[in-house]
Design a protein around this ligand. Structure first.
Ligand code: CA
Ligand code: CA
Ligand code: CA
Ligand code: CA
Length: 426
């Protein structure tokens, strides 16, 4: 099966923990191991009979608007109160009306919160079901194959001890979710990503085990899972992304370790080779979330990561066209860049970057326009309420990606807020 960039699943996620909020606000010291940070990411998933969850790869531009007579930008944020501490945010059509919605899972109250699209990107909050009390993040994909987006929510142990668990919530089709089915993790979990790793056109899960390994939950085809192998990552694995780095049709893994990133190449059938490890550059020697996607137009994904507390930068590695990655180049952002997402925000057919600046007083999103060759023009800054997590997808029906962020801007108050930045062209 080829890697069809026009039909990727693009629910885009971020991960979270209470510890992260503490860390982000500088209330406590933060370990440089980064393993107290959790994450999750649903990234480029090859066509696998999965639901198209958004609108943010370059291929969509052909079908969308490429209007040179106007310039795309984002309107001021519209803010929605979701309470609790958001553990992630995703854009996708969760209730089956062909309009992109925004979904988050919040801790403290343990709720799945659906911001249903009423049309043109105007959202209204609907309770979509209970979730456990300490989610660290989630991935969304159509696990059961019925055409609606399901959820895999990762949980942190309340006591910090192992084991933890992943819960699968299947969508009833209307944006409400069935009771969870629980899978115990073999060890503590910090990151989760959905993608079809065994090539059967059903989304599987990869999960950072918090140590130096990643393990797989393989979809049996009906939204139930079996444990697959555990693979070494070469470093303490904190964040995950999935992309086909060598363009061979098998979905690979990108992993952010303590002071390095690693690529695990999938030999097909969810069997991964030993990690290829790249040391972080001195300018960005701190673990942060990562994202992969093609920035250069050759269908070979680039890898970009946030420097987080290592400095107000992102660090990008170009793909050499064979799955190997070139040296890191850094680009400016706001303070404490955390989750980041790719999307063609400028409308020129190439993916750009948008980054949630998680520092307590940043309240901003950085958009980095791709110059077309995978290097970036100076950052544009947009307001958002305490963003930590970020997703991209079309909400207002213009076939151009909008942005949703989530965070708890008044921490320690659990006042979870989603900010929606709608695209406008004028
Ligand atoms: Ca919808
Ligand atoms: Ca599969
Ligand atoms: Ca591959
Ligand atoms: Ca590329």
């Amino acid at each position: 099966m080829g890697y069809d960039t026009r039909r990727l699943v693009r629910g885009v996620k971020a991960g979270v923990s209470l510890l992260f909020y503490v860390c982000a606000l500088g209330v406590l010291g933060c370990s440089r191991t980064g393993i107290e940070l959790s994450s999750l990411e649903t990234r480029a998933v090859p066509d696998a009979g999965l639901v198209d969850a958004g609108g943010m790869d370059a291929g969509d531009v052909d079908a969308g608007r490429r209007d040179a007579s106007c310039q795309w930008r984002f309107a001021p944020p519209v803010k929605y109160d979701v309470s609790g501490y958001p553990a992630d945010v995703a854009i996708g059509d969760f209730d089956g009306d062909d309009l992109g919605d925004v979904l988050t899972v919040t801790s403290t109250s343990g709720q799945i919160a659906l911001l249903k699209n009423l049309g043109r990107g105007e959202l209204t909050l609907r309770a979509a079901g209970p979730a456990g009390t300490m989610p660290f993040g989630f991935a969304s994909a159509d696990f059961s194959g019925d055409g609606s987006l399901d959820l895999a929510v990762g949980y942190r142990s309340p006591t910090g001890s192992t084991p933890t668990w992943v819960s699968i919530f299947l969508n009833r089709g209307d944006g409400t979710f069935n009771s969870e089915v629980v899978y115990q993790n073999p060890s503590n979990a910090f990151g989760i990503v959905a993608g079809d790793f065994d090539g059967d056109h059903r989304a599987d899960l990869a999960i950072c085990s918090g140590g130096m390994s990643v393990f797989l939950l393989i979809n049996r085809g009906d939204g139930t899972f079996r444990f697959g192998p555990e693979y070494p990552t070469g470093s303490y694995a904190s964040y995950l992304t999935a992309a086909d780095f060598d363009h061979d049709g098998a979905l690979d893994l990108g992993i952010a370790g303590t002071f390095s990133v690693a690529v695990l190449f999938n030999q097909g059938n969810a069997e991964f080779r030993a990690p290829v490890v790249y040391d972080n550059s001195p300018a960005c020697n701190y673990v942060g979330p990562l994202v992969a996607g093609d920035l250069t137009g050759d269908d070979y994904p680039e890898l970009v990561r946030s420097c987080h507390q290592g400095g107000p930068f992102v660090a990008a590695r170009k793909n050499n066209g064979d799955g190997s990655l070139n040296d890191e180049l850094t680009y400016g952002t706001g303070q404490w860049p955390y989750r980041l997402v790719m999307g063609d925000f400028t409308g020129d057919g190439r993916n750009d970057l948008a980054v949630a600046n998680s520092w307590a007083y940043a309240n901003s999103v950085s958009v980095l326009p791709n110059l077309g060759d995978g290097t970036f023009a100076p950052t544009l800054s947009y307001d958002a309420a305490g963003p930590v997590f970020i997703a991209a997808g079309d909400l207002n029906g213009d076939a151009h990606p909008d942005i949703a962020t989530a965070g708890s801007p008044g921490y320690p108050e659990p006042n979870g807020t989603v900010s929606v930045l709608l695209s406008i062209c004028e």
